[in-house]
Every structure is written in structure tokens, then in C-alpha cells.
Design a protein around this ligand. Structure first.
Ligand SMILES: NC(=O)c1ccc[n+]([C@@H]2O[C@H](COP(=O)([O-])OP(=O)(O)OC[C@H]3O[C@@H](n4cnc5c(N)ncnc54)[C@H](OP(=O)(O)O)[C@@H]3O)[C@@H](O)[C@H]2O)c1
Length: 311
């Protein structure tokens, strides 16, 4: 079975490769899924570049990919929530870049029929991040006014929608070219960071600021926007110099967060969820390389999805 792996750390075209995967057995708690779509995430790019080698050990060849969607082809005997033939959303520790994956049953949930294959794969990590950050990291502490920096991104756009669904006032920033997209998500106020200083315009207005920009580029403005004593959440590194008193959180995945809970919430939210899909690429190595190279730049908003052709 075809899978896409890295054979070393390095440039996409040098290290991404196609390998023939051996089918793994399915034990009583696992499920075999034939992948229809998988998403390419900024995390995959960083992993492939070796940016996480100090704390994330991998053995080459290493099949990338956390997010996918597909059809169940085999279930372990303890699995009761899905059956062969079900369409499912998959969150894996790795390995969705390929035709097949075996995952624990708790890492999948049924895909709602109305949810497209592209959105099902593309929403996984952005949704888990959104849901766990808002529900579990902050919970009641989130406050009434939240600033989302990088609101045009996959995580940022889901944060806006989830927070608006909870009745929050949402301030947002993104590039001018993405203003219409972000306003359509229902933000209360918007500043284009490439035209104006969001830190100045929204100074001291947000109970919580979430820097969801790629690589965490908006820390200074974010701290200016946070009310004194508020929350600042980074998806990447926290700012080295904290210019205002507040609660500074670095969000990351945690074993304390339940995928089953968050994926079920995704299925429940799916009817009102909007996720921009930038591109759907064919299921081959050239697509994986292209997707990685695009994410290294500053691409148009939206997820890059790889999709198997219908048979
Ligand atoms: N800690 C975690 O668990 C976790 C989970 C998921 C993601 N992340 C990280 O969170 C970040 C966002 O992920 P994503 O999947 O949402 O990425 P994405 O879809 O590529 O979105 C990137 C966002 O960054 C903004 N951006 C890019 N260059 C910028 C710049 N120079 N100045 C200001 N904003 C800029 C983009 O806005 P414009 O295009 O409008 O400029 C866009 O809103 C990534 O760094 C990712 O690795 C962390």
C-alpha cells in the first residue's frame, strides 16, 4: 500500500518519498481505515525540516500526517462505535499520508454525511486545537472579549467561529487580502496587520489574546491588546519579553485532552463550521512535495488537501 514518508530531515523534494507499506494487524481496540483525504499541516513541514528533532524522535522512513478521513475496512472486536463501511474522521499520532492506516478506535469518529471529505481531513488539528484551547486550557477564564491573531488561518478561523458560537465578542487580525474571508466568519472588529497597527487600535481591549499566526509572529501586538491581567495564548513559542502582566500560556497537545470528546464535538459543530480549502491535490508524491513547499511560503488562506480519486 502506497504511503508517503520522509527518509531524513531536509528540503521537501530531497527527503519526501513514496514507500510501500506493509498492512499492520488490527487488534481488539484498533480500526483499519482506507484513507480518502489527508491534510498537510504546518506541523508536518516543521517536523520534516527537523525543527522538532530535539524533542520528537522519529525513525526513518517516517510516514507523516495527523489528519485524515476515510472508510473503515476492519474493526477490532472491542470496537462498537463504528463498523466496516463507515465514513470516519481520523486523528493519528502519525501516518495519515497514505492509502491505509491502523489507529486506536478512540482516535476516530463517524464523519457526518454532509461533511465533505476535504473538510473532514482539513478540520482535524485546527479543531482539536480550537476546542481544547478554549474548552480545557481556558474554560471559564476566557472572558467576554477575545482577540484572534491569524484569524484567516485554519486554527484562527475555527477559533473565531467557536468563540462566536459561545457569544463572545471577537476582535481579529489577518492580512488585508483576507479581510472579506475573516469578516464572513462573523468577527466583531477587524484590523489588517499589513495596513495598520492592531496593537494600537485594539490596545487593552481583550480579556484573552490568541496568537494563531504562523510561527507566532504577533506577540508584541497581542500583549498590547491584552487587558492587564488577561490571558495571552501562544500556539508557538511565547514572546521572550513579556511587556504586560497577565497569564501567559503556551498551548500544545496533551494526553489530558480526549480526542473522542473533541472529535465528537467537531461532528456536532460540523453543520455550522466553515473551513476554507485552498487546494485539493491528487494522491501522489508530487502533491505532497508541492503542498509542503507551498506551506513554507505565505500561501493563500486555506487548507491543502490530498485526495484519492474515486474508484
Ligand atoms: N501548538 C499547537 O498545538 C498547534 C496546533 C495547530 C497549529 N499550530 C501552529 O499554529 C500556527 C497556525 O496554524 P494554522 O494551521 O492555522 O496555519 P495557517 O492556516 O497556515 O494560518 C497561518 C496564519 O498565520 C498568518 N500569518 C502568516 N504570516 C504572517 C505574518 N508574517 N504576520 C502575521 N500573520 C501571518 C496567516 O494570516 P494571513 O495569511 O492573513 O497573513 C494565517 O492567519 C502554525 O504556526 C502552526 O504550526 C500549533
Amino acid at each position: 500500500m502506497k504511503r508517503f514518508a520522509i527518509k531524513d530531515y531536509g528540503a521537501a523534494k530531497d527527503v519526501l518519498t513514496e514507500i510501500e507499506g506493509e498492512p499492520r494487524p488490527v487488534d481488539e481496540t484498533h480500526v483499519r481505515v482506507e484513507i480518502v483525504t489527508f491534510a498537510i499541516n504546518p506541523y508536518d513541514v516543521a517536523l520534516r525540516q527537523g525543527a522538532m528533532r530535539a524533542f520528537r524522535k522519529v525513525t526513518f522512513p517516517y510516514v507523516l500526517g495527523n489528519d485524515g478521513a476515510g472508510i473503515v475496512t476492519e474493526v477490532g472486536k472491542d470496537i462498537t462505535h463504528v463498523k466496516v463501511g463507515d465514513e470516519v474522521i481520523v486523528h493519528a499520532i502519525s501516518g495519515t499520508y497514505g492509502e491505509e492506516i491502523v489507529v486506536p478506535g478512540k482516535k476516530i469518529v463517524k464523519k457526518p454525511a454532509a461533511m465533505s471529505w476535504e473538510v473532514a481531513a482539513g478540520a482535524v488539528t485546527p479543531w482539536l486545537t480550537t476546542y481544547n484551547l478554549v474548552t480545557h486550557l481556558l474554560g471559564d477564564q476566557v472572558g467576554e472579549t477575545v482577540m484572534v491573531q491569524g484569524a484567516s488561518g485554519a486554527v484562527g478561523s475555527l477559533l473565531v467561529q467557536f468563540l462566536k458560537a459561545q457569544g463572545k465578542t471577537v476582535l481579529a487580525s489577518a492580512a488585508k487580502r483576507n479581510e472579506a474571508l475573516v469578516r464572513q466568519l462573523g468577527v466583531d472588529q477587524f484590523v489588517a496587520y499589513d495596513e495598520a497597527d492592531a496593537g494600537e487600535i485594539f490596545a487593552d481591549q481583550a480579556d484573552t489574546v490568541i496568537d494563531a499566526t504562523k510561527g507566532g509572529r504577533a506577540g508584541k501586538a497581542g500583549m498590547e491588546i491584552m487587558k492587564a491581567g488577561g490571558n495571552f495564548v501562544a500556539l508557538n513559542d511565547l514572546p521572550t519579553e513579556q511587556i504586560k502582566q497577565g497569564n501567559y500560556f503556551s498551548f500544545g497537545p496533551s494526553k489530558e485532552y480526549s480526542d473522542a470528546e473533541a472529535l465528537t464535538a467537531l461532528a456536532d459543530f460540523s453543520q455550522q463550521l466553515h473551513l476554507t480549502i485552498a487546494e485539493v491535490l491528487p494522491f501522489d508524491l508530487a502533491s505532497v512535495i508541492e503542498g509542503h513547499e507551498r506551506l513554507e511560503g505565505h500561501p493563500a488562506a486555506g487548507k491543502i488537501i490530498v485526495k484519492k480519486a474515486a474508484e
